[in-house]
Write a protein that binds this ligand. Sequence first.
Ligand code: CUO
Length: 675
Amino acid sequence: LFFDRPTEPCFMQKGEEKTFFRMPTNYYPDKYKSASNVLENRFSDGASRTIEVRNIALPNLSLPMELPYNDQFSLFVPKHRRMAGKLIDIFMNMRDLEDLQSVCSFCQMRINPYMFNYCLSVAILHRDDTKGLTIPTFAETFPDKFMDPKVFRRAREVSTVLNAGDRLPVLIPQNYTAAESEPEQRVAYFREDIGINLHHWHWHLVYPFDAENRAIVDKDRRGELFYYMHQQIIARYSVERMCNDLGRPRRYNDFRQPIEEGYFPKLDSQVASRAWPPRFAGSTIRDLDRPVDQIRSDVSQLETWRDRFLEAIENMAIILPNGRQMPLNEETGIDILGNLMESSIISRNRGYYGDMHNMGHVFISYSHDPDHRNLEQFGVMGDSATAMRDPIFYRWHAYIDDIFHLYKAKLPPYAQEKLDFPGIRVSGVGVEGAGGANELRTQWEQSTVELGRGLDFTPRGSVLASFTHLQHDDFSYVISVNNTSGSGVMGTVRLFAAPALDEGGRPLAFDEQRRLMIELDKFTQAIPAGSSTIRRNSLDSSVTIPYERTFRNQSNRPGDPGSAEAAEFDFCGCGWPHHMLIPKGTQRGYPMVLFCMISNWNEDRVMQDLVGACNDAASYCGIRDRKYPDRRPMGFPFDRPTAANSLADFLTPNMAVADCTIRFTDATRQRAARR
Ligand code: CUO
């Protein structure tokens, strides 16, 4: 209930069943204290259930309460990160659920709603006694971070005029942030996709930057996953651009040059009652001096940190706080660099390597008001739920990615025996679906998302918004294998796809193509002796989560009892949205190459128990409370350069490729109510 109606007082009602929280008088915020009796009577009236909130000795909340209730909240701003880290610790340290409930009741009207939601989500995700608790999707709680604010006006109108059952969905326009004359708009469907932005928000929720409880931050191969998940975003976005006659994103590597791309988000913050500031084309990042955010940092600082990374990569060693060098090796180097670069509290030397990636977000997000003279808040780059809307996100991360690749380029190419799986031959791979053999089909699809939860102070009940997103027809991979080892073996099937041609229509150089390889799926497979065929449904991808999990609006809207299915999904919301599994393609048919490798499971496996874990979108998200389920470097076998001149030269017998096309139809279908 703490997630429902985020800025309303915690006198909750769920559907027809009204629940009343009886709070100790001292829990009421000052503005309501004198009226606490009136409020009690008003909200307990007709309640079928009363929850007595335990009166506990409250922890010291002064640090998190420093953020004004009606301000924006950014995980990238160091001060906000510290405040959130403190609040996470408070929530984590409450000795039982009742105490957690008490402190939440106290906090809800005092703590900034964005920060409250974030910290409580992190705590629920990490506390032993809250695992399995269903939390509404962030797009329902704060729909203002995901869609055109005109929608809310219409939704309020609809809610006020009509009863829940009679309300028609409110339409979210498909292209509302720029005109067609802006070339970047061609990929707005990707940048502004609700599911993609939810995935990114969720990823950063699963991997918080700051908390006293180190275990929350210090997760298995966290730094490497930071590198890999964002590398894949850049690869996917690059391919998406290429399908739309745009070049790959240019790295944002010269911090003194203006940023060519502007971005006008057309989002309003319902909490802060402010429009998100735009960034005009040709803006340049400037030295920051914003006492309100406790930020004072010069652009030259970013350059210094960058140079230190380049120096570390040059030397293949980082400098530790005690002045000693720590070598970057094949096993842990990328993880160490990822943690330094992001950075989080597990950075090995924040004093020297700083906070490069996060502060890049901060510099860009304040380029319109670097000294706060206009009292403006950060732009969309300052929030992990909105950053991916802005074209500069991809230019910044393309540069971060490039630095990681500089490092990867210093590692030796994989030797033949690391790639091969003796006795296993993949004789063919292909896809089958509605488009026939090796043709994938895409189109638009119209779906709905629940807004009722995020609309404060309007009549209760469901109100849906319908929006249009990319979708593809489901398909299957068909893989022919020949096992001559004489007995059954276990293998890991790795599926990737990359464009066949560059922007000029020429075959892509292999070194560029490997960096555009997008992971489609990865799974463990028993391979019997002799010839066999593996069929794998695209819906089972280890990269994606199903549509219902991304949005969770069908089974779990306010008023519906949380279904068993919803409970099972609980907090496994991290995962690339399935509807964005494959790029849009083109109407003519966009040529891609599909790649399949079967590697030796004995060299890949991580022995662990996966019962009850969220493990079906592990490729980009890892597995909750477990190790990353693949011992190989993330991105294997394409994460390092090789001597091969072409993909064909690179192949060992346990690999196969197929030419595929993605054909896009410019038509919109309605999403079936449930699938
Ligand atoms: Cu995910 Cu830059 O880290 O946004």
